[in-house]
Design a protein around this ligand. Sequence first.
Ligand SMILES: Cc1cc2nc3c(=O)[nH]c(=O)nc-3n(C[C@H](O)[C@H](O)[C@H](O)COP(=O)(O)OP(=O)(O)OC[C@H]3O[C@@H](n4cnc5c(N)ncnc54)[C@H](O)[C@@H]3O)c2cc1C
Length: 330
Amino acid sequence: MKDVFILSEVREGKIHPVTYELLAWGRFLTDKLKGTLSALVLGDNLEDQLEELIFYGADKVEFFKNSELEIFNVENYSKVLIPFIKEKNPEIILASATTRGRTIMPYLAGKLKTGLTADCTHLDIEEDTGLLLQTRPAIGGNVLATIKTPEHKPQMATVRPKGKKPLLKDKNRKGEVIIHNINENFSSRTKRLDLKRREEEISLSDAEIIISGGKGLKNPQNFYLLFDIAHLLGGAVGASRSVVDMGWIEYSHQVGLSGKTVNPKVYIAVGISGAVQHLAGMINSENIIAINKDPDAPIFQVSDLGIVGDAIEILSLLKRKLEERKKRNV
Ligand SMILES: Cc1cc2nc3c(=O)[nH]c(=O)nc-3n(C[C@H](O)[C@H](O)[C@H](O)COP(=O)(O)OP(=O)(O)OC[C@H]3O[C@@H](n4cnc5c(N)ncnc54)[C@H](O)[C@@H]3O)c2cc1C
């Protein structure tokens, strides 16, 4: 039986939405392998959330319960996971390419003496061999490389958040929830002393509204307009690679093949031509609005609403209207 494991992510006592995306990837691969999909969960007091993972695609939920596992700690998590992985010998282990996934997966792969492909944008199963095909941008985003791990097991990959939509919730799905009460004396070299929250702008991956700017903004100062509008809309600011390359805005804002993949409810592309590499990162947005002075810009071919005109004129008008609306408290 070919087992696929996903590492669930728990933040502040709640299963994080990236877990449901991982389940969708896991289900896609497991069905091809005709195997079993298990969601591994570490933490405490999560019993009432475990069945949800079955409704979203897991066949099994393996819950490792201990109050010390409430806080993410690579050494403690690995102490629990490594013996379990060695015993069950799964074909594939997936985690999200979040900070946590990117932290624990290399550690696990090192200890398990296997390979890891980080930051995949697509996963599939090779028909003849049943091997995991792990696709990710490589060489500065100039090629899409498909990587295999033919000689070592498990095959391990982290996948970019927002690259796949969760499956529809199916309350009729049946599965097994197994609770492992962990009686371990954890003795990690790191200890959390305190948690201080940083006042953060909404991250691109979590934002429901994204307003992105490209070269059509003409100069970096005009990004302030985008930030003001994003703030008024409760959204985040994205950017094309051209403006990131020119140093107008930080790389963390870049959307596209060599940047972030996003799928917000509304994506507003301002002064962005719509190159395929940009589209690769935002084409799954629910509604796309494009503002561009060129009526033939390719971005209009994928947009639900297109506005032909000067970016700054339209943004200034939009900002004024949003401020008026805010004053009226609408
Ligand atoms: C390997 C590789 C990876 C890449 N990865 C990415 C990536 O991750 N993300 C990404 O975005 N790109 C990526 N690119 C680059 C991509 O091919 C494009 O070059 C880039 O997206 C173009 O950025 P842009 O739309 O801002 O600029 P341009 O293509 O120059 O478009 C500017 C647009 O602004 C419009 N405009 C001009 N003036 C105004 C105005 N006053 N008002 C309104 N509109 C105006 C123009 O009509 C034009 O459509 C990658 C390229 C390669 C080769």
